[in-house]
Design a protein around this ligand. Sequence first.
Ligand SMILES: NC(=O)c1ccc[n+]([C@@H]2O[C@H](COP(=O)([O-])OP(=O)(O)OC[C@H]3O[C@@H](n4cnc5c(N)ncnc54)[C@H](O)[C@@H]3O)[C@@H](O)[C@H]2O)c1
Length: 381
Amino acid sequence: MAMKHAATSAVRALTAASPSALTRSLHASAGSKKIVGVFYKGNEYASKNPNFLGCVENGLGIREWLESQGHQYITTSEKDGPDSELEKHIPDLHVLITTPFHPAYVTAERIKKAKNLQLLLTAGVGSDHIDLKAAADAGLTVAEVTGSNVVSVAEDELMRILILVRNFLPGYNQIVSEDWNVAAISHRAYDLEGKIVGTVGAGRIGRLLLQRLKPFNCTLLYHDRIKMDQELESQIGAKFEEDLDAMLPKCDIIVINTPLTEKTKGLFDKDKIAKLKKGVLIVNNARGAIMDTQAVVDACSSGHIAGYSGDVWNPQPAPKDHPWRYMPNQAMTPHISGTTIDAQLRYAAGVKDMLDRYFKGEDFPTQHYIVKDGELASQYR
Ligand SMILES: NC(=O)c1ccc[n+]([C@@H]2O[C@H](COP(=O)([O-])OP(=O)(O)OC[C@H]3O[C@@H](n4cnc5c(N)ncnc54)[C@H](O)[C@@H]3O)[C@@H](O)[C@H]2O)c1
């Protein structure tokens, strides 16, 4: 395998049209690097917690370390459009760090302009904000901090399931609007016990969610490209459903836990949603673009989907007129589940470790690579 990668890189280097293409397939060359980090703004909250590393002001807590080694480190939240701060640095940056919470969209056009770019790091999990094929063709490395926030997301999904099942949000809204109407809540509030819960995708997050659901005495189903080994499956207590279309109509609650790829983009369209049980609850902390936006609005409006909750949108930040803000039966939030303080500490440490290895010319932990040597990680192919 290593031989094949070496051969692919060598062929690419030899056939590369320009010297810059050759440089891109190498590890860090000596000297100062220009590193740009795109993060959400901390504003008045930036100084409230010394561990709040994920905001633009605190820039993962690596500024002193980078600058002490002679590197230039620019952090910004201005990421979209031709006049943005990010756009100014595209022509000469070497490394771009961003997060899925406030993603810098790295298009083929930006990659073409970024002549010095070698490395794209995702501070978190999910690198779909990057045109991965264009990155592979340009010989770039894309890596994320795999596993860094999977507990954070699984806990959040469990919370969202309970919020929807118990019809919690309308009750909270009654209290803040000085109302009191038990019937308006209780006519559609249920126990989680006994319900059929299916996860679409049972990787790191999906499995942690299934483990957390076990004590609630539900029937647990999962669909994935890959079946778990028998021992893990019986430990987790979930049944494998090879055929997604066969699993969906059985579920009272569906949780989406796949990455956004060519295969999952728009997967939940009108036809797929029509296959779901009437009154189904959906939790999606995976990616907004896995759903057809309007199909979700229509199904929430008709009541086919009785509750939809998640923290992921297409695009991000969600524009003020995004229809999911206004549809009924939703319990949406901004993209928050994977950026708890605990998660920030883990993904900041993961990014620092990868930068350190990049400067030293060392490989990253294998599971972090999304694009390496011109090849996409298997689930993105
Ligand atoms: N909301 C957040 O803050 C947040 C944080 C972390 C991750 N995420 C999202 O969750 C996703 C999953 O994260 P993870 O750590 O569990 O990843 P993972 O790689 O461990 O698991 C993904 C699983 O999906 C399966 N899969 C991929 N494509 C599939 C397909 N077409 N059909 C069926 N199964 C498929 C894979 O086989 C794998 O088991 C990420 O890619 C990201 O988009 C969101």
